[in-house]
Design a binder for this molecule. Structure first.
Ligand code: HEC
Ligand code: HEC
Ligand code: HEC
Length: 90
């Protein structure tokens, strides 16, 4: 009985780390932004929409870049959040 509980907990912890990269948490004083990376990769296909210099960390990632890139595309495509509280969660 005890053993199966431990196995379940271990599985849950493993699943947590295995899927962690699908959503990237972007910290901000306004409230963190949970960015569904995998969903964007699948919906947009084109990595260069965000990764101008190739996949990996985005050096220019800051408020200005994010609002122009993230909010800009959502407004243009009429898809995805454009209001503060829909991106910034407490
Ligand atoms: C499409 C999603 C999105 C929307 C909509 C949005 N933001 Fe942001 N915002 C971001 C992201 C992403 C960052 C950058 C986070 C980082 O640098 O890691 C950011 C950064 C910021 C920062 C800087 C945070 C810091 O810690 O210095 C402020 C302030 C901010 N936003 C305010 C707003 C306000 C006010 C609105 C509404 C008018 C808004 N945001 C709408 C995604 C969004
Ligand atoms: C809609 C924007 C967007 C698209 C499209 C996108 N990414 Fe990203 N990606 C990001 C953001 C934002 C980060 C976080 C960057 C940071 O922390 O500096 C990131 C991070 C990454 C990282 C680093 C992960 C880590 O843990 O540090 C890799 C690798 C990556 N992306 C690959 C890709 C590939 C490959 C594609 C295309 C199939 C892609 N991305 C499409 C926005 C995007
Ligand atoms: C080039 C276009 C584009 C860029 C750049 C982009 N997005 Fe999006 N985003 C979309 C589209 C399209 C959707 C809606 C996908 C759907 O509903 O199928 C979306 C949806 C979302 C959603 C809602 C997800 C859900 O579960 O409904 C969030 C949150 C989001 N985007 C955050 C961001 C953030 C943060 C960035 C910048 C780091 C960003 N997006 C950059 C196109 C973009």
């Amino acid at each position: 009985m005890k053993k199966s509980v431990i196995v379940l907990l271990a599985l849950a912890a493993f699943a947590g780390t295995a899927f962690a990269a699908d959503v990237i948490e972007l910290p901000a004083s306004m409230g963190k932004v949970s960015f569904p990376h995998k969903m964007h990769q699948e919906a947009l296909k084109d990595c260069s929409k965000c990764h101008a210099k190739g996949p990996g960390k985005i050096a220019e990632l800051n408020k200005e870049w994010a609002h122009k890139t993230c909010k800009g595309c959502h407004a243009e495509m009429k898809k995805g959040p454009t209001s503060c509280k829909d991106c910034h969660k407490k």
